[in-house]
Design a protein around this ligand. Structure first.
Ligand code: SF4
Ligand code: SF4
Length: 225
């Protein structure tokens, strides 16, 4: 995994904002991720892979055809992955993505090898590289989570015609303005300037404490798209 001294500015000096930015950040900065595929019993199996390229609609990686990971991708073509960037927990940024995968052609494989020449040390001969196959992850969605910011920053994104579905806490009209939730919120991300109070979801840790302390049951958990 690539490392860096600072976290808040990333190497580019800016926080990624768009789906393409998040996919590029995963590729260029994080690079090595943990990916979960599904075995024949429907159970998750994790392994470390390198994200070797991206565009606005896809992530690209490769694997060897003899590996169990390759067989799982062919039989159950959907994966979930997470990469973490940062030297410790409080300076870390994580990007998680899930989506469909498909095997691609030798043109893509050649591009991935050209862009990631360290693979030629692992597979040094043309004959040995015949074991490799390139995959594309598409129709995906993901979450960016930056724990190095105060308050934290959490963003959902999607790409290649997949809809973004975000889980969030939401304050309904039942809110009386009693203020109990304000004291329970570690991120101070509840706006109390008007009724009902309002949660800034980009800064919400999803701890659920506002919902726990709200005796009037004004805080609900919901999915939005
Ligand atoms: S605890 Fe519930 S009712 Fe009280 S201010 Fe917060 S959301 Fe509104
Ligand atoms: S879920 Fe936690 S972080 Fe989010 S608004 Fe409620 S108390 Fe604050």
């Amino acid at each position: 995994m690539k490392t860096s001294e600072t976290v808040s500015g990333k190497s580019s000096g800016e926080r990624p904002e768009t789906a393409e930015d998040f996919l590029s950040f995963l590729t260029e900065e994080i690079h090595t991720v943990i990916a979960a595929s599904t075995d024949d019993d429907g159970l998750p199996v994790t392994c470390a892979i390198d994200i070797m390229d991206s565009d606005e609609n896809s992530l690209y990686f490769l694997t060897a055809k003899g590996k169990g990971f390759y067989r799982r991708l062919i039989k159950h073509p959907f994966i979930s992955l997470t990469g973490v960037w940062g030297k410790d927990t409080m300076s870390s940024t994580a990007v998680s993505v899930r989506g469909y995968v498909e095997e691609t052609d030798d043109t893509i494989l050649a591009r991935l090898l050209e862009k990631n020449p360290y693979m030629l040390e692992i597979y040094p001969t043309e004959e040995s590289r015949k074991a490799l196959s390139a995959f594309r992850l598409y129709e995906g969605s993901g979450e960016f989570f930056d724990l190095s910011s105060k308050p934290i920053v959490r963003k959902n994104f999607s790409f290649d015609s997949c809809h973004t579905v975000r889980e969030e806490f939401f304050i309904t009209d039942r809110c009386t303005g009693c203020g109990k939730c304000l004291a329970s919120c570690s991120q101070q991300c509840i706006d109390s300037s008007a009724l009902p109070f309002c949660i800034h979801n980009e800064n919400c840790l999803m701890c659920g404490m506002c919902s726990e302390v709200c005796t009037g049951k004004a805080v609900i958990r919901r999915k939005t798209s």
